[in-house]
Design a protein around this ligand. Structure first.
Ligand code: PLP
Length: 242
């Protein structure tokens, strides 16, 4: 299959999963997870209908920005972000999906203030409580959301989660369900600006249909669009690659 055909196939699977549960396919945005891809591949994906790209690593993203690879597509940062690299991301991306600590939230606010911009963000929730992953616990999420809402240079748009790799169909559906409940709870009980809080980012190549069935508005898909990445080491959340 060509890249164009794979993109069309993933979009069709998203649409089918949405219709199954009575959702409109347009409610869901396919975010292409572009880590390790070249600027040329990114351009081809956008020409073939990708409207949003998610980058994990500051260095790769900066190189693609210098190449003007993203064109008119939205740009999301989805990897682990170190506070000392916030200056390369705030104001340059449409959405930081991976705000995973109070410290990072404060650093984004400070950089937003410095630049005079309001940065859209999601809070990353470690929904399965995995020690190896960053992200705030579901119990901490409402309090961090409350703090984010008080910050003038961040705009809380919702939540993001990376559950464990799903080895069989349905394996992560309960995590997605739990995320949806947390999202609704925060939207109703913490925020009064319900219209700003409209993003629930969950689902990857192995499980995006279940995520759509449980209410995802953003799915982040790499392998199913671009094929397998070169090595497992490249597949980490960007911890060693920054
Ligand atoms: C790589 C990555 C994805 C996409 O993973 P695939 O399994 O290749 O679809 C999604 N989200 C994040 C944060 C990633 O790092």
């Amino acid at each position: 299959m060509t890249l164009e055909e794979r993109i069309a196939a993933v979009k069709e699977r998203i649409a089918a999963a949405a219709r199954e549960v009575g959702r409109a396919p347009e409610e869901i945005t396919l975010v292409a997870a572009t880590k390790t891809q070249s600027s040329q591949t990114i351009r081809s994906a956008i020409a073939a209908g990708i409207t949003a790209c998610g980058e994990n690593r500051v260095q790769e993203m900066t190189a693609h920005l210098d190449d003007d690879a993203y064109g008119s597509a939205a740009l999301h940062f989805i990897g682990h972000l170190q506070t000392n690299k916030v200056k390369y991301v705030v104001g340059r991306v449409d959405l930081i999906e991976s705000v995973d600590s109070l410290r990072l939230l404060e650093a984004v606010e400070a950089q937003g203030a410095k630049l005079g911009v309001v940065q859209d963000i999601l809070l990353e929730v470690n929904v399965a409580g995995e020690a190896s992953k960053s992200g705030i616990s579901p119990l901490e999420a409402p309090e961090l959301a409350r703090l984010a809402l008080e910050m003038p240079h961040v705009r809380l748009r919702g939540l993001m989660a990376i559950p464990p790799v799903a080895y069989e169909a349905g394996a992560n559906r309960h995590f997605f369900h739990q995320m949806r409940e947390l999202f609704v709870d925060i939207r109703q009980n913490v925020t009064d600006n319900v219209y700003d809080m409209d993003c629930l980012s969950m689902g990857m190549s192995g499980d995006f249909e279940d995520a759509v069935r449980e209410g995802a508005t953003l799915v982040r898909v790499g392998t199913a669009l671009f094929g397998p990445r070169m090595s497992a080491a490249q597949d980490q959340e960007g911890k060693s690659w920054g």
